[in-house]
Each structure stands twice: as C-alpha cells, then as structure tokens.
Design a protein around this ligand. Structure first.
Ligand code: DX5
Ligand code: ZN
Length: 223
C-alpha cells in the first residue's frame, strides 16, 4: 500500500483554484474543505464551486464537509461528481444512512470525527464507510499544530481495519507536515491531508513527493 497525499486547497489562492491545481498535479487527490460557518467558525464555498472544480481537474476530489445537516446536503456533492465525500459524525444521527446514500450516488463515503469525539461507536460500523477521517486539529482553519491526543484513535482504527481486513482508508487532517508524517503513518494512517505544508513549499509537487516518501517509510516500519 502506498500513502496518499491530499493537498488541502484551504491554503490555495481562492480566486485562482484552477491555476493552483496545476501546481499540485502529482497529488493523489485534492482535499476540498466545505465550511458553512455553523459547524465550524469559518466559511468557504459550496456545491456549485465544488462541481466546477471537478470539471477543471482530472484529479479526484476528496470533499471534506464541515457543515451541519449532512443528511440533507452530503449526497449533492456525490451527484456533482466528487470522487469521495466525507461528512462529520457529529452532524447526523444516522451516519449509515448518509454513507449509503453517498455510495448509491457513486462516491466513496467517508466519516470524520473531531478531536473530542470518541471513535469507538464508529469502529462497529466501519464496513459501511470507505474512509475514516481522524481530525488531528479542531476543524475550521489551516496552519494549526497537530493535537497528539488524537493519535490514539489512529492506532485503534488501524488495529480494527487490519483485524477485519477491511478496505477502509484511514485519513488524518490537520497539522501534518514533514516533522510528523512518518510517525503518524507508522501508527496506521494511509491518507494524509496537508494544507500549509504543501502550499508553503516553493516546489509543491516536490514537497508532495517528499511527504509521500516519508509516509511510505512510516508504513514500511509498522509493527
Ligand atoms: C481544517 C481543514 C484542513 C486544513 C488543514 O479544518 O479540514 O483540511 O486545510 O490544513 P493544515 O494542513 O495547514 O493543518
Ligand atoms: Zn479538511
């Protein structure tokens, strides 16, 4: 298994997305943060923008919904052509229903948990999802430092995925950079969101390769 590096366009130039997509052509997926200013104290963009993004890039979009009422809104992103749609567990009473609607619409279904949310209830449901996203910072903003206490959930989730031989991607998002990606990969993550760590770099595609190499070293040394 090779690590996936998904640059977050929260750190991109918001009036030049298409230009910035061309600077990250070596990415595995493009991470797209949708924020509604209710679930998180920040506002980005919604469905028409995401639909248009998927038209101007050949890379698959990894949509991260930080919005309330996933039951109502999530499926629209799948219908708009997003490759993967991840909603927050905290926004619905019925995560399995949301995930099934996403898969029925042809997208991969992801579930995300905030730093304060326990992973245990979702481990029981893992087969219903294609991705579990452990937030390693409080959602809302790029450029924050990784919260160490969240990593225990990565270890637990990896154990369960391996025990049950599930095909579920284990994603981490927030504060991932060259100082910690190898270690986090060693704990079990295989899919890495990196916003500032990619967009700050002078050569973004080289930085993506560098991060992927470090993560692959961490995966190879897992025990
Ligand atoms: C934060 C977003 C992240 C953010 C990560 O709520 O979900 O995707 O862009 O940014 P960095 O990698 O800079 O922490
Ligand atoms: Zn995100």
């Amino acid at each position: 298994m090779s690590a996936r590096i998904n640059p977050s366009i929260l750190s991109a130039d918001f009036v030049n997305f298409e230009r910035d997509f061309n600077t990250i052509a070596g990415a595995d997926l493009i991470h797209v943060d949708v924020m509604d200013n209710h679930f998180v104290p920040n506002l980005t963009f919604g469905l028409p923008m995401v639909a248009r993004m998927q038209q101007v890039t050949p890379l698959p979009l990894d949509v991260h919904l930080m919005i309330e009422n996933s039951e109502r809104w999530a499926v629209g992103y799948a219908e708009a052509g997003a490759f993967s749609v991840t909603f927050h567990a905290e926004t619905t009473e019925n995560p399995v229903k949301v995930a099934r609607s996403l898969r029925a619409a042809g997208a991969r279904a992801g579930i995300a948990i905030k730093p304060g949310t326990d992973v245990e209830p979702y481990l029981e449901l893992l087969a219903e999802f294609d991705q579990l996203l452990v937030m390693t910072v409080e959602p809302g903003f790029g450029g924050q430092s990784l919260i160490e206490a969240t990593l225990e959930k990565v270890t637990k989730t990896r154990r369960r995925i391996d025990q049950e031989a599930l095909d579920v991607w284990l994603q981490v998002d927030g504060g991932i950079d060259e100082s910690n990606i190898e270690r986090v990969a060693g704990l079990g993550a295989d899919t890495f969101v990196a916003g500032s760590a990619v967009f700050k770099a002078e050569n973004r595609d080289e930085q993506i390769k560098h991060l992927r190499n470090l993560a692959n070293t961490g995966i190879a040394h897992r025990h």
